[in-house]
Design a protein around this ligand. Sequence first.
Ligand code: GDG
Length: 485
Amino acid sequence: MEQSTHDARRLIVVSNRLPVRVTHEEGKLRIRQGAGGLVTALAPVLRDRGGLWVGWPGATGPGLNAVCRQFSKDAGYLLRPVELDDADVAGFYQGFSNEIVWPLFHEFMLPCNFLPTYWEAYRRANAKFSAAVAAAGRPDDFIWVHDYHLMLMAKQLKEMGKSFRVGFFLHIPFPPADIFLRLPWRRQVVDALLEFDLVGFQTLKDRVNFAESVRRLYPGSRRKGRGQVVSVSSRGRQTRIGGFPISIDFQSFVRDAARQEAVAAARKLREAFGNRFVLFGADRLDYSKGIPERLNAFAHLLESSPELHGKVCLIQVTVPSREEVPMYRDMLAQVERLVSGINGRFATPGWTPVNYIYRNLPREELITYYMAADMCLVTSLGDGMNLVAKEYVACNAALTGTLCLSEFAGAAMEFHRHAAMINPFDVEGVARAIREAMDTPAAVRRRHMRALRDILRRFDVFQWVDSFLMAAFSKRLGDFPTKDG
Ligand code: GDG
């Protein structure tokens, strides 16, 4: 019943970036579908309903609308580019989004730069996205807004006289109230979020944090319901809030990891490392991912366990990110210093402790590393979910690997029973987890990996889309069915 209600509606997805890569090649604009779980999960839904994706293409120039139209024809759903000017990019994207919301929501106070001009730019840019939706939307469309760049849209759409049903999903954590309430524009942000019909968070912890901020700002607010989706009412308005842990297209990773080429490449990679225990990490270069902490823990392992020299190595893939922000440039220098410090100190002929890769690998290559690694290190200091953890599990059909997972990643909520859980700030604890994994009998590893894969098989990204949409259209609160009911 519920399914048919939401199936009937056209969907408009809104995200800061369109799910495409637009590049200038030989003086012309080229457009390609971006990678990533979100677009994989949403593209078929958009195609089925004749939907629309609204966002910033990242590049601009004459011919942009034409390449978007061409892409729309091929992809089966429409792209609606929102053009941002340099001032928007500086104040809204680099400023408010990346120098305020990103650090604050990940509980890093020091990088926060609470410039009032950033707030103005944020409002202005959000209004551009809202205007694009207002112009393209039909009254019975469902608008699904993604992430922290666009928290003001439901309110702005109402101010524009539009009464769409609007849902929001936050991909990053929602911080504890004592952190969130330091935001100078906290009331405006909370008021705007409460204008959505449904606000989705990665975990119940994020939902609880949000509800607590609402309660602190509006002591008269009330919570109703139990389970995955509850409602908060404040000043006469009811908003549904829920936990919807995002996932990956599990079967596509399983398929790609089963390809003959992938199996052969993983075998070759393993041979290159011999009998060594291979640790693996892959992250965007971001302070929330705990890369220096991971390197420090690895250095501690080598320092405290000389018998492991030559027997263990770390492959660290770091993907360039936000290179225009000074703090990210500083972090790159810090990571490179740490890597060369470890290698300089411990390397011997034939053994390089840290294999450092600073580029975006093609997906097939990333999968090869996932398949070959004995342990994946996810040491986030804060993370909405962490899809690397899930992709590693999906690629480990051989059931030989161990997932080492930060208790501060959203994925911990689902995976904590079967991963080696660590506090990323505790170098001794992380080093211990690595040593223990090296000594864990194969049968125990298999059991845990199988259990992790069972969780992922049931909760994949398609189930995530379904449960969010069902919750958005249902009148009831509580839990929303999974793929198998
Ligand atoms: C935000 C939230 C939340 C990494 N290296 C390469 C590569 N990757 C891909 C992985 C994965 C993605 O990047 C990273 O996803 P994460 O979830 O780990 O992190 P964020 O980018 O910070 O994402 C996060 C997510 O939104 C979804 O809601 O889980 O908490 O911060 O898919 O595969 N991909 C390729 N080459 C690489 O070298 N091709």
